[in-house]
Design a binder for this molecule. Sequence first.
Ligand code: PGA
Length: 218
Amino acid sequence: MKYIVANWKAHFNLEELHAWIHEFSTLPLNKLVDEVEIIICPPYPFLHLINEKLYHSTIKIGSQDVSSLEPGAYTGEVVAESLIGIVDYAIVGHSERRSHFSESEEVIAKKCDRALKNHIRPILCVRNNSDVIYPSARLVAFEPVEAIGTDSNMPIEEVLKIRALLTLGAEQKFLYGGSVQQDNATEYLSSLDIDGVLVGGASLKPQELFSIALAAKV
Ligand code: PGA
């Protein structure tokens, strides 16, 4: 099984969301069944709609974050309990959250734990081999900051060198992220040492996301 995580970041309004769903729904998703899992991670307000409209065995839903806190008086926070039944996965520790929102390792560790405790599988993003890999992470996405949103994806040889330096548990999957597009996805997805890719910009285009997922088929 290969994992394709679509991280939409802070993009799309409701109209654009409907257009995306409409176009994506016309694609032959059945070609991917049993081989590829596409995990769509939209902004929070769209989670429920995606869940309702895109029901397909090859599609899973993820949030882009989850609170490190337990349910309580925390205006604006989205706790893991609120996501149960809506998402299967939650992205945790993305470099944009580490830098723009000053997320510490302590907070990231709590987020991973809170998600897993509520049966949500954490997709932990690490920027290099110095970032901590928590045992509760289920997918570990290596995303070098210089490769994100730049069209300069890291060559696979370098990705595999970093992978060799990471200590992953038997159940933890390894993903690469950073300017993955339909033109370079095969390079990563054909490697037995890479379980999937995390896709930002290219996932905003339904056809391109689908092409990347097709590249994951053996
Ligand atoms: P990108 O983003 O594919 O646009 O480089 C990847 C990410 O930051 O998750």
